[in-house]
Structures are given as C-alpha cells and as structure tokens.
Design a protein around this ligand. Sequence first.
Ligand code: HAM
Length: 422
Amino acid sequence: MAKTIQAIRGMNDCAPTESPLWQWVEDKVRNVLQSYGYSEVRMPIVESTPLFARAIGEVTDVVSKEMYTFWDNDEQLTLRPEGTAGCVRAAIEHGWIYNNEQRLWYMGPMFRHERPQKGRYRQFHQAGVEVFGIANPEIDAELILLTARLWKELGIDQHVSLQLNSIGSLEARKNYRSALVEFLQQHIDLLSDEEKERLEKNPLRILDSKNQALQEVLNGAPKLLDYLDEESRTHFAQLCTLLDEMGIAYEVNPKLVRGLDYYNKTVFEWVTSALGAQGTVCGGGRYDGLVEQLGGHATTGVGFAMGLERLVLLVQEVNQHIDLPRAVDIYVVHTGEGTTLPAFQLAEKLRTNLPHLRTMTHCSGGNFKKQFKRADKVGAKFALVIGESEAQNQQVVVKDLLGGEQQVLAQADVVDFLKTAF
Ligand code: HAM
C-alpha cells in the first residue's frame, strides 16, 4: 500500500462526529453578534507581511517568531496570525470607516507557529469583533456585555471570569516602562535569558511571566494604573461603573498587558481554569492609534477575539445539556424493480415540504436488512420503505426505528404524518 500522508502538526481535522458541536457553537456566536446589530466581514487569509509587522509590532512573540511567512515572487506574504490587522487594512482600503462608525465581526482560521498543546494549535479559529469610530467607554462595555451573553448561551458562564485593566496612552506607558525597568533591574538575577531580552525590548510583557518567584516580586512592582493619563483614568472609571451597574463581575488585574502592541486604554481577557494552561478563551481591548498607524484617518478602534477551539473544549468539559440535532431524521429505504425513482421522488418531496428535517436516501443497493442497518447507523428516527408492491400502489411503509412500530401509508399522506411526528 502507498505510504499515507499525515496532517501538519498543530493543524487539526474536524471529524464528522465533531462538526455538529462546532456548528452549534458557531451558530450561537453568529446569533449573539447579529442580535447586537453587528455586520460580518470576510478578509483574505493571506496578507502582505509588513501589515502584521506594523500593526502587531516587530518585538511581539507573534511577529518575531510565530508567523508563517513565504515569498510569492518578490512579495513577502504571511498567513494571518490574527484578524485585527487585516480588518483595519480592509476598512481603510474600502473607506468603511471614513466618517463612519462600524461594528464588524469575522470568523475563520488563523495561523501561529507555536508549540502545540491542549488548547493551543498552529491553525486555530477565531471569532472576532472590531468596532471603529466610537471613542467612549460605552462601546467597551457593550463588547463585554455581548461576550457575557454569549457565555450564557453556551452554558459556560459559571466557568469563565473577566480580567480587566487599562494600559493608558503611549506616553503613560513610556513613563511606566522606565519605572518598571528600574524596578526589574534590582531583581535581574530572577529573570530568565528571554526575560532579560524582553527587559530591553518589551518589558511590560515580563508582567505575565510564568516564573512564580518573579511573580511574587512583581506584586511589589510599580502599577501601570498609577501611571495612567487623566483621560485613560476617566475612561476606565466610567467603564468600571457601567459594568458594575450592569451586574458584570470583573477583577482588575494590573499585570494584564496583552501580547500585541496595538492596544491602549482598556484591555480585557475572559479566562477559565477548566482548560489547563491555555485558559484564555477571549481577549481584546482598545487600539485607538492603529488606523492612523496603518495610513488611515485617525479613527478609534476596539475589539476582541475568542478562540473557537477553546470554546468547544470548554463546552464539552462543562455543558452536558446540549441537544445537538441528529445528522439524519429520515432514511429512505428501497429495493426491487421500479423502486429507485419513487424513493428519490418521495425524498425530494420531503425536502421541499419539511426543509427542517434531514432526509437521506439509501444509494448503495443491497437487501432491506443491510439498508435498515445503515438507517440505524446514521441515527435516523424513521425509515420510509418502498418495495415493489409499495411502488406499484403508491404506498410507503413507515417504520419507527426507535419504537419499532410500523404502518403502511399512502405516499400522499407521508408529509402530514411526519409533520406531527417531529
Ligand atoms: P489574542 O489574545 O492573540 O488576540 O487571541 C485571541 C484568542 O485567540 C485567545 O484568547 C485564544 O482564545 C485564541 N488563540 C490565540 N492563539 C491561539 C492558538 N495558538 N491556538 C488556539 N487558540 C488561540 C488577538 O488575536 C486580537 N486580534 C484580538 C483583538 C481583536 N483585539 C482587538 N480586536
């Protein structure tokens, strides 16, 4: 036999048994987004490499070591590692945000060359939201309300919690950065080689170090919240008040800085302890300077993205009450001279009149026993049976595959019968 070829490490297939749960999760996401009036956008999976370098930041992990980049003749291209950069590029290019507010969402695959483990993959899927042209904290609160509603819909709301912070303006971060570097230099022996490198390039990322001893020292480090500019401070206070009034629980986490460089003011993450190390199911924040940085007219932005693999895992872990639709409701069985055409015609009639039901016609021949076995295997509730005599008399045997009873009906009456049976 020829040698088989395997999928790329960290890039998963979605099996036919798994796709119903994925569809269920995706439908919930879509319905919630649409219930807030957001519009879907679809961007290419491949973009020009400098877009990500400029938007996400050269010294971030994503850009410095995780991108899938290749040359296409003399142009360098990258498989998108996230959706914000492409969405901003598209919004500028097509004038969607010129003197206009936009509340947009997207869903699709993203690519990062990370070390795969549970909840972390090289091809993963995000549902993301980007809102442009609304500067005040009401929209930050709306995004958080929207995600909170989605967690309820998915039945995971008791298993996720909200972490919130403000990282202020660029100027405020610069001041804070000097204070933090000065503090960390006093504890330099606790830093790993990678963290020492970060101390130079991106010291704020040291705040979310996994090193326990360093984390304890960091509890005494200067707090970013104490360095905030007045505008960011007011913005954050207004957001917190609104969340309090709307009954959304959160924890202010002064060490939350996020891993992408475009953020300012609000940043947030929804985290769970039910998935092990990869516990962030959704992350986002404001990026008021990004549109201008990418060549557009100054326009504020705020958004988030959630990891669909992590949501599916979490739903599997904590929500046992999902009623997923069966793949097949009705299985049309037929054997003998002149039975194929009436079987096909009956199945088409059901699909026209009962479009919410899933009707499958047996196509691979064999006797009734073999066909009933298939009907059971695909999980159908009813088999509709057409043998030679049923074909001649325009009848059909309706067999309840769960209960076992069967009855003979005129083909003309089957639609009405099934209407009451489902
Ligand atoms: P991010 O925090 O890099 O933000 O990713 C958002 C979410 O995507 C994470 O919280 C996680 O659930 C999921 N995720 C990230 N990497 C992986 C991976 N390797 N495997 C599985 N899931 C993963 C962004 O991407 C920003 N663009 C979010 C945003 C939109 N901010 C403003 N607007």
